[in-house]
Structure formats: C-alpha cells, structure tokens
Design a protein around this ligand. Structure first.
Ligand code: HEC
Length: 142
C-alpha cells in the first residue's frame, strides 16, 4: 500500500470513530435498549437505565432481575458475611425472626456481622422490587 492509501485508511478509521462518538444520548439509549438483553444490568447512576426500563414498558423489575443486577455481587459469594443464595441454614436463621423484619433489613440496610447497604445500593429500586429480590433469594435457598 502506498503512502496515500495508508493515509486514507487512517482518515476512514478516524471518521468511523468520530461518528460513533458523536451519537447523541438519545441515539445511544436507543442502541443500548436494542442490544440490551432481558434482565439488563443497570449500573448505578447510569441515566440510560431509566430509558431502558421505560422502553420495556416501565414494568416493575422481577425479583430475579433485581437480584441479578443489584444483589448477586455480594449474595452469590457471601461477601462480607452476606447470606449466600442457596445457603439453606443461613437463610432459615434469618427468616426465623419474621419476613417483615428481613424485608425491612434489606430496604433500610443493617450491619450486624457485615454491611448490608440499604436496598443493596439499588436506589432506583422500589421497596416492592427489593422485597421481590428477597423473596427470590429465599425461594432459592430452601
Ligand atoms: C455490598 C454487598 C451487598 C449487596 C450489594 C447486597 N447485600 Fe444483602 N447483605 C449483605 C451482607 C454483608 C449481609 C449480612 C449482614 C449481617 O448479617 O450483618 C446481607 C444481608 C441481607 C439480608 C438478610 C436480612 C436479615 O434480616 O438477616 C437480606 C434479606 C438481603 N441482604 C437482601 C439484599 C438484597 C435484596 C439485595 C439487592 C437489592 C442485597 N441484599 C444486596 C451484603 C450485601
């Protein structure tokens, strides 16, 4: 390839890069919602998450969806003493005091043996969505 050809390649590559970069937020949200799998993982503070939820009809997230996006980081591995999904004994000991207390601990957060942050840090989650995630974990830990 001669010098001119190489330059052309560089220019084309640059243009492609710039046009991808120049997408508006709206276009980006549209693309993201098209490529988003069901049960999309929303990062905290990512404003496009709202758009995706809205695009999906604004329905409440299922317990499994909330668990996958907000809880499994700690509850799949037991980080900091979190009761693991599937740990029958640990969950039984926690639900003994009554489900309402368990729900309240998930919504408000608590720190007994380790730090359970309020709503598992899913500040965009409604109380009901957090409760659904708790139910999901309990259901799968029997
Ligand atoms: C940063 C890590 C972390 C995240 C994220 C997290 N948890 Fe926890 N969770 C913990 C820890 C640690 C405990 C145990 C706290 C203790 O016993 O002192 C816990 C305990 C709990 C309990 C037991 C409550 C009880 O009464 O014993 C529930 C229910 C719970 N988490 C729900 C959730 C839900 C629902 C989510 C997601 C929306 C979530 N957690 C996300 C760390 C986390």
């Amino acid at each position: 390839m001669n010098q001119m050809g190489k330059m052309l390649v560089v220019v084309v590559a640059l243009l492609a890069g710039v046009s991808a970069w120049a997408m508006t937020d709206k276009q980006r949200a549209e693309v993201e919602s098209r490529i988003a799998p069901a049960g999309q993982v929303c990062l905290q503070g990512d404003s496009s998450c709202g758009a995706i939820v809205a695009a999906a009809g604004g329905a409440a997230k299922s317990g499994e969806e909330v668990y996958t996006s907000s809880c499994q980081g700690c509850h799949a591995v037991g980080a900091g003493g979190a009761p693991k999904l599937g740990d029958v004994a640990d969950w039984a000991a926690r639900t003994e005091k009554g489900l309402d207390a368990v729900y309240a601990n998930a919504i408000n957060g608590f720190n007994n043996i380790g730090m359970m942050p309020a709503k598992g840090l899913c500040m965009s989650c409604s109380d009901d969505e957090v409760i659904a995630a708790v139910d999901y974990m309990i259901e799968n830990s029997k």
